[in-house]
Design a protein around this ligand. Structure first.
Ligand SMILES: NC(=O)c1ccc[n+]([C@@H]2O[C@H](COP(=O)([O-])OP(=O)(O)OC[C@H]3O[C@@H](n4cnc5c(N)ncnc54)[C@H](OP(=O)(O)O)[C@@H]3O)[C@@H](O)[C@H]2O)c1
Length: 231
Protein backbone atom coordinates (compact mmCIF):
# COMPACT_ATOMS: atom_id res chain seq x y z
CA UNK A 1 0.00 0.00 0.00
CA UNK A 2 1.40 3.40 -0.99
CA UNK A 3 0.09 6.92 -1.71
CA UNK A 4 -0.93 7.92 -5.22
CA UNK A 5 2.13 9.82 -6.53
CA UNK A 6 1.95 12.74 -8.98
CA UNK A 7 5.21 14.21 -10.25
CA UNK A 8 4.77 18.00 -10.41
CA UNK A 9 7.61 19.92 -12.10
CA UNK A 10 8.43 22.84 -14.38
CA UNK A 11 11.13 22.78 -17.01
CA UNK A 12 12.60 24.50 -20.04
CA UNK A 13 11.65 23.06 -23.43
CA UNK A 14 14.88 21.05 -23.27
CA UNK A 15 13.99 19.53 -19.92
CA UNK A 16 16.30 21.50 -17.61
CA UNK A 17 14.81 22.22 -14.17
CA UNK A 18 17.22 24.69 -12.47
CA UNK A 19 15.11 27.82 -13.04
CA UNK A 20 17.32 30.45 -11.34
CA UNK A 21 18.23 33.26 -13.72
CA UNK A 22 15.79 32.33 -16.48
CA UNK A 23 14.56 35.42 -18.40
CA UNK A 24 10.81 34.91 -18.18
CA UNK A 25 8.24 37.68 -18.25
CA UNK A 26 5.52 35.88 -16.27
CA UNK A 27 5.65 34.51 -12.76
CA UNK A 28 6.15 30.84 -13.52
CA UNK A 29 6.61 30.16 -9.81
CA UNK A 30 3.10 31.47 -9.14
CA UNK A 31 1.65 29.22 -11.88
CA UNK A 32 3.54 26.26 -10.40
CA UNK A 33 2.29 26.96 -6.86
CA UNK A 34 -1.28 27.49 -8.06
CA UNK A 35 -1.27 24.05 -9.68
CA UNK A 36 0.40 22.61 -6.55
CA UNK A 37 -2.63 23.87 -4.57
CA UNK A 38 -5.11 22.66 -7.21
CA UNK A 39 -3.61 19.17 -7.14
CA UNK A 40 -4.54 19.06 -3.41
CA UNK A 41 -2.28 16.39 -2.00
CA UNK A 42 -1.63 15.20 1.54
CA UNK A 43 2.10 15.81 1.13
CA UNK A 44 4.89 17.00 -1.14
CA UNK A 45 8.29 15.33 -1.30
CA UNK A 46 11.66 16.64 -2.53
CA UNK A 47 15.34 15.73 -2.48
CA UNK A 48 17.95 17.04 -0.07
CA UNK A 49 19.29 19.72 -2.43
CA UNK A 50 15.84 21.06 -3.24
CA UNK A 51 14.78 21.22 0.43
CA UNK A 52 18.07 22.99 1.36
CA UNK A 53 16.65 26.19 -0.19
CA UNK A 54 14.19 26.34 2.75
CA UNK A 55 16.82 26.20 5.53
CA UNK A 56 16.39 28.92 8.14
CA UNK A 57 19.84 30.36 8.88
CA UNK A 58 23.13 28.64 9.57
CA UNK A 59 23.45 25.00 10.63
CA UNK A 60 23.07 24.47 14.41
CA UNK A 61 24.18 20.86 14.87
CA UNK A 62 23.51 19.07 18.15
CA UNK A 63 26.03 16.89 20.00
CA UNK A 64 24.50 14.17 22.14
CA UNK A 65 25.60 11.08 24.05
CA UNK A 66 22.09 9.65 23.83
CA UNK A 67 21.19 6.78 21.58
CA UNK A 68 17.82 6.83 19.79
CA UNK A 69 15.91 3.83 18.45
CA UNK A 70 15.78 3.65 14.64
CA UNK A 71 11.99 3.92 14.65
CA UNK A 72 9.49 6.46 13.35
CA UNK A 73 9.37 9.56 15.55
CA UNK A 74 6.47 11.99 15.30
CA UNK A 75 6.91 15.59 16.39
CA UNK A 76 4.21 17.03 18.65
CA UNK A 77 3.11 19.46 15.93
CA UNK A 78 2.93 16.84 13.16
CA UNK A 79 -0.68 15.92 13.72
CA UNK A 80 -2.16 16.30 10.27
CA UNK A 81 -1.57 16.77 6.54
CA UNK A 82 -0.31 18.44 4.47
CA UNK A 83 3.26 17.38 5.10
CA UNK A 84 6.56 18.59 3.59
CA UNK A 85 8.85 15.56 3.15
CA UNK A 86 12.52 15.35 2.22
CA UNK A 87 14.90 12.48 1.52
CA UNK A 88 18.21 12.66 3.38
CA UNK A 89 19.92 9.29 3.53
CA UNK A 90 22.98 10.53 5.41
CA UNK A 91 21.45 13.21 7.66
CA UNK A 92 23.15 16.24 6.10
CA UNK A 93 20.37 18.80 5.97
CA UNK A 94 20.04 21.41 8.75
CA UNK A 95 16.70 23.18 8.37
CA UNK A 96 16.22 24.82 11.80
CA UNK A 97 12.44 24.79 11.42
CA UNK A 98 9.53 22.41 11.89
CA UNK A 99 7.37 23.60 8.95
CA UNK A 100 7.84 24.77 5.37
CA UNK A 101 5.06 26.86 3.81
CA UNK A 102 2.97 25.91 6.86
CA UNK A 103 3.39 22.14 6.24
CA UNK A 104 4.92 19.92 8.96
CA UNK A 105 8.29 18.45 7.97
CA UNK A 106 9.10 14.73 7.77
CA UNK A 107 12.65 13.50 7.06
CA UNK A 108 13.16 10.15 5.30
CA UNK A 109 16.40 8.66 6.63
CA UNK A 110 18.49 5.52 6.63
CA UNK A 111 19.38 3.83 9.91
CA UNK A 112 23.00 4.90 9.25
CA UNK A 113 22.36 8.53 10.30
CA UNK A 114 23.97 9.66 13.55
CA UNK A 115 22.28 10.07 16.91
CA UNK A 116 23.46 13.70 16.79
CA UNK A 117 21.33 14.23 13.71
CA UNK A 118 18.29 12.55 15.27
CA UNK A 119 18.69 14.79 18.35
CA UNK A 120 18.75 17.82 16.06
CA UNK A 121 15.53 16.76 14.29
CA UNK A 122 13.84 16.22 17.67
CA UNK A 123 14.99 19.66 18.86
CA UNK A 124 13.62 21.25 15.67
CA UNK A 125 10.32 19.33 15.78
CA UNK A 126 10.93 17.48 12.51
CA UNK A 127 9.31 14.02 12.37
CA UNK A 128 11.37 11.21 10.85
CA UNK A 129 11.05 7.74 9.39
CA UNK A 130 13.61 5.11 8.39
CA UNK A 131 13.54 3.38 5.01
CA UNK A 132 16.76 1.44 4.56
CA UNK A 133 20.16 0.80 6.09
CA UNK A 134 22.72 2.45 3.78
CA UNK A 135 20.47 3.54 0.91
CA UNK A 136 16.82 4.52 0.77
CA UNK A 137 14.15 2.04 -0.27
CA UNK A 138 11.66 4.46 -1.84
CA UNK A 139 8.86 1.91 -2.00
CA UNK A 140 9.25 1.22 1.70
CA UNK A 141 9.33 4.97 2.45
CA UNK A 142 6.02 5.43 0.63
CA UNK A 143 4.47 2.49 2.48
CA UNK A 144 5.45 3.97 5.85
CA UNK A 145 4.18 7.42 4.89
CA UNK A 146 0.83 5.89 3.98
CA UNK A 147 0.41 3.58 6.95
CA UNK A 148 1.96 5.71 9.71
CA UNK A 149 1.05 9.25 8.58
CA UNK A 150 -2.10 8.51 6.58
CA UNK A 151 -0.72 10.09 3.40
CA UNK A 152 -2.90 8.95 0.50
CA UNK A 153 -1.82 11.43 -2.18
CA UNK A 154 1.67 12.84 -2.67
CA UNK A 155 3.27 15.37 -5.01
CA UNK A 156 6.83 14.47 -5.98
CA UNK A 157 8.62 17.77 -6.71
CA UNK A 158 12.22 16.99 -7.68
CA UNK A 159 15.03 17.15 -8.28
CA UNK A 160 16.03 15.05 -11.21
CA UNK A 161 17.83 12.14 -9.57
CA UNK A 162 14.99 11.52 -7.20
CA UNK A 163 12.36 11.80 -9.93
CA UNK A 164 14.32 9.26 -11.97
CA UNK A 165 14.58 6.88 -9.02
CA UNK A 166 10.83 7.06 -8.36
CA UNK A 167 9.96 6.47 -12.01
CA UNK A 168 12.56 3.70 -12.31
CA UNK A 169 10.91 2.03 -9.31
CA UNK A 170 7.41 2.29 -10.88
CA UNK A 171 6.40 4.66 -8.10
CA UNK A 172 4.85 7.51 -10.14
CA UNK A 173 1.21 7.39 -11.26
CA UNK A 174 0.89 10.71 -13.07
CA UNK A 175 3.09 13.53 -14.40
CA UNK A 176 2.08 17.21 -14.19
CA UNK A 177 4.65 19.22 -16.15
CA UNK A 178 4.83 22.95 -16.82
CA UNK A 179 6.90 23.69 -19.92
CA UNK A 180 8.22 27.26 -19.84
CA UNK A 181 9.07 29.11 -23.08
CA UNK A 182 12.81 28.83 -22.41
CA UNK A 183 15.64 27.06 -24.20
CA UNK A 184 18.30 26.54 -21.55
CA UNK A 185 21.04 24.36 -22.98
CA UNK A 186 23.33 24.52 -19.92
CA UNK A 187 25.46 21.41 -19.53
CA UNK A 188 25.58 19.52 -16.24
CA UNK A 189 22.34 20.84 -14.74
CA UNK A 190 19.49 18.71 -13.40
CA UNK A 191 16.74 17.65 -15.79
CA UNK A 192 13.23 16.36 -15.10
CA UNK A 193 14.52 12.77 -14.93
CA UNK A 194 18.19 12.12 -14.27
CA UNK A 195 19.45 8.53 -14.27
CA UNK A 196 17.82 5.52 -12.69
CA UNK A 197 15.11 5.00 -15.32
CA UNK A 198 16.50 1.70 -16.60
CA UNK A 199 15.17 2.43 -20.09
CA UNK A 200 12.89 5.02 -21.69
CA UNK A 201 9.28 4.94 -20.46
CA UNK A 202 6.15 5.63 -22.49
CA UNK A 203 3.50 7.94 -21.04
CA UNK A 204 -0.22 8.15 -21.73
CA UNK A 205 -1.34 11.67 -22.65
CA UNK A 206 -4.11 13.14 -20.48
CA UNK A 207 -4.31 16.85 -21.28
CA UNK A 208 -2.52 20.00 -22.46
CA UNK A 209 -3.48 23.50 -21.35
CA UNK A 210 -2.15 26.89 -22.43
CA UNK A 211 -1.41 29.15 -19.46
CA UNK A 212 -0.48 32.85 -19.42
CA UNK A 213 2.92 33.79 -20.77
CA UNK A 214 3.31 30.89 -23.18
CA UNK A 215 3.48 28.27 -20.42
CA UNK A 216 2.11 24.82 -21.27
CA UNK A 217 0.67 22.51 -18.63
CA UNK A 218 0.94 18.88 -19.71
CA UNK A 219 -0.46 15.88 -17.87
CA UNK A 220 0.40 12.25 -18.51
CA UNK A 221 -0.52 8.94 -16.91
CA UNK A 222 2.45 6.65 -16.32
CA UNK A 223 1.95 3.27 -17.95
CA UNK A 224 2.78 0.38 -15.69
CA UNK A 225 5.20 -2.33 -16.71
CA UNK A 226 8.23 -2.20 -18.95
CA UNK A 227 7.70 -2.06 -22.69
CA UNK A 228 9.93 -3.57 -25.34
CA UNK A 229 12.45 -1.28 -27.05
CA UNK A 230 12.40 0.17 -30.56
CA UNK A 231 15.26 1.39 -32.72
N1 LIG B 1 11.80 23.17 -11.92
C1 LIG B 1 11.27 22.48 -10.92
O1 LIG B 1 10.07 22.17 -10.93
C2 LIG B 1 12.16 22.06 -9.78
C3 LIG B 1 11.66 21.29 -8.74
C4 LIG B 1 12.54 20.87 -7.74
C5 LIG B 1 13.87 21.24 -7.80
N2 LIG B 1 14.30 22.02 -8.82
C6 LIG B 1 15.71 22.39 -8.93
O2 LIG B 1 16.48 21.21 -9.07
C7 LIG B 1 17.77 21.44 -8.51
C8 LIG B 1 18.08 20.33 -7.52
O3 LIG B 1 17.98 19.09 -8.19
P1 LIG B 1 18.97 17.91 -7.85
O4 LIG B 1 18.58 16.76 -8.71
O5 LIG B 1 20.36 18.43 -7.91
O6 LIG B 1 18.70 17.69 -6.30
P2 LIG B 1 17.69 16.86 -5.37
O7 LIG B 1 17.07 15.71 -6.06
O8 LIG B 1 16.80 17.82 -4.68
O9 LIG B 1 18.72 16.30 -4.31
C9 LIG B 1 19.82 15.57 -4.78
C10 LIG B 1 20.33 14.74 -3.65
O10 LIG B 1 19.39 13.74 -3.34
C11 LIG B 1 20.08 12.58 -2.96
N3 LIG B 1 19.65 11.49 -3.83
C12 LIG B 1 19.94 11.29 -5.12
N4 LIG B 1 19.37 10.16 -5.57
C13 LIG B 1 18.70 9.65 -4.53
C14 LIG B 1 17.91 8.49 -4.36
N5 LIG B 1 17.73 7.62 -5.36
N6 LIG B 1 17.38 8.25 -3.15
C15 LIG B 1 17.58 9.12 -2.16
N7 LIG B 1 18.34 10.24 -2.24
C16 LIG B 1 18.88 10.48 -3.43
C17 LIG B 1 21.55 12.88 -3.03
O11 LIG B 1 21.94 13.39 -1.75
P3 LIG B 1 22.72 12.49 -0.68
O12 LIG B 1 24.02 12.16 -1.29
O13 LIG B 1 22.83 13.34 0.51
O14 LIG B 1 21.87 11.31 -0.42
C18 LIG B 1 21.59 14.01 -4.00
O15 LIG B 1 22.68 14.87 -3.79
C19 LIG B 1 17.73 22.80 -7.85
O16 LIG B 1 18.28 23.74 -8.74
C20 LIG B 1 16.24 23.06 -7.68
O17 LIG B 1 15.93 24.43 -7.67
C21 LIG B 1 13.49 22.42 -9.82
Amino acid sequence: MRPRVTLHMMSSIDGRIATAGWPISVDAGEAYEMLHRDLRSDAWLVGRTTMAAFADGEARPVVTDQSYPRQTWKAAGAGMAPYAIYLDRSGHLHLNRERVNGDALIAVLTTAVSDHYLAELRRDGISYIFAGEADLDLSRALHILRTEFGIETLLLEGGGAINGAFLGGDLIDEVSLLILPIADGKPDVPTTFDDNLEGARPLDFISAENLDGGILHLRYRVLSGRPGTST
